[in-house]
Design a protein around this ligand. Structure first.
Ligand code: HEM
Length: 239
C-alpha cells in the first residue's frame, strides 16, 4: 500500500471512530485559545448547530485524508478552507493544525483497539503538513515529539479563559459528546458524559474552559470505560 492507500484505510477501516473522537478532542482544545474561541463563537455555527458544524469540520478533514490532497474531490474543500482562513495569523493556524493532529494520534495510541504504527503516525503527520502548505503556512518541523514540544510551548503561552471559550464549551462541549449516546440515554447520562469529556482533557485545557479537575475515581472510570471500548473493537476487528 502507498501512503494515500494507508491513510484511506485508516479513515475507513482501521480507526474511523477513534479519529472522530480524536478530532472532537482537538476541536475542544482550540476552545482554550481566546482568539480562536472568539472567532469560532462569532462565526456562530458551533453555538447554533454544534453537531452539524462539528461533523462538517470532521468530515472535511477526514474526507481530505481519505481522498488525498491532490485529488479532484479535495479541490473544492481546500478552496473553501483557504477562503475561511485567509489572513489568519500563521502561528494561530499552526496551533489549530497541531490540535487536529496530535489529539487523534494520542487518543488512538492510548485507547484505540491498537496503537498507530510508526508508518501510520508518519502518514498522518505528512498529511497534516501537506494540508498546512495548502493553507499557506509552514507546518512545525520534525516528528510527533517535536510537534508536541512546539504545541506545548505555544499553548502554555496563549491558553487562557475567555467568555467565548465558556460558551463554546457550554454548547459544543459535553452536549456534543452526549450525541454519541442513544437519544433516551442523553438526558439521564448528561452529567456522566460531562465528567467523561472533562476527564479526557488535560489541566491546561480544563483551566481555560473553567472545568474542575476530575476525581481520581472519575479518571480511572473513564480510562476503564475507554479501554473496554478498545477491547470490544479489537475483538470485532480481529474476529
Ligand atoms: C490549519 C489550521 C486549521 C484547519 C485545518 C481548520 C479547519 C477547519 C474546517 C475543516 C472547518 C469547517 C469547514 C466547513 O464548514 O466546511 C473550519 C471552519 C472554521 N474555522 Fe478553521 N481551521 C484551521 C484554523 C483556524 C483558525 C486558526 C481559526 C481562527 C482563529 C479558524 C476559524 C474557523 C472558523 C471561524 C470556521 C467557521 C466555523 C463556523 O462555520 O461556525 N480556523 N476550519
Amino acid at each position: 500500500m502507498d501512503q494515500q492507500e494507508r491513510l484511506r484505510h485508516l479513515v475507513l477501516n482501521t480507526h474511523p471512530e477513534d479519529l472522530k473522537i480524536g478530532l472532537t478532542l482537538g476541536l475542544w482544545r482550540t476552545f482554550a485559545h481566546p482568539d480562536v474561541a472568539r472567532q469560532l463563537a462569532s462565526a456562530g455555527g458551533l453555538i447554533n448547530d454544534p453537531a452539524g458544524r462539528a461533523s462538517a469540520t470532521g468530515d472535511a478533514l477526514l474526507g481530505l485524508m481519505e481522498e488525498g490532497l491532490d485529488s479532484p474531490a479535495s479541490k473544492p474543500v481546500l478552496a473553501r478552507l483557504q477562503g475561511i482562513h485567509d489572513g489568519i495569523d500563521p502561528d494561530l493556524m499552526r496551533f489549530v493544525l497541531t490540535a487536529f493532529t496530535l489529539p487523534p494520534i494520542r487518543f488512538i495510541d492510548q485507547y484505540g483497539w491498537r496503537p498507530l504504527t510508526d508508518t501510520e503516525r508518519n502518514d498522518y503527520l505528512s498529511f497534516a503538513s501537506g494540508l498546512a502548505r495548502e493553507l499557506g503556512i509552514q507546518p512545525p518541523a520534525g516528528d510527533v515529539a517535536e510537534w508536541t514540544r512546539w504545541a506545548d510551548a505555544y499553548e502554555q503561552q496563549h491558553f487562557g479563559p475567555s467568555c467565548h471559550s465558556l460558551s463554546l464549551w457550554q454548547f459544543a462541549g459535553a452536549p456534543l459528546a452526549a450525541r454519541r449516546l442513544p437519544r433516551p440515554l442523553r438526558r439521564p447520562l448528561q452529567r456522566s458524559v460531562a465528567n467523561v469529556a472533562g476527564a479526557l482533557l488535560d489541566a491546561r485545557v480544563r483551566s481555560a474552559l473553567g472545568l474542575a479537575a476530575p476525581s481520581a475515581t472519575g479518571k480511572h472510570a473513564t480510562a476503564a470505560l475507554l479501554r473496554l471500548r478498545g477491547w470490544v473493537i479489537r475483538r470485532r476487528q480481529t474476529s
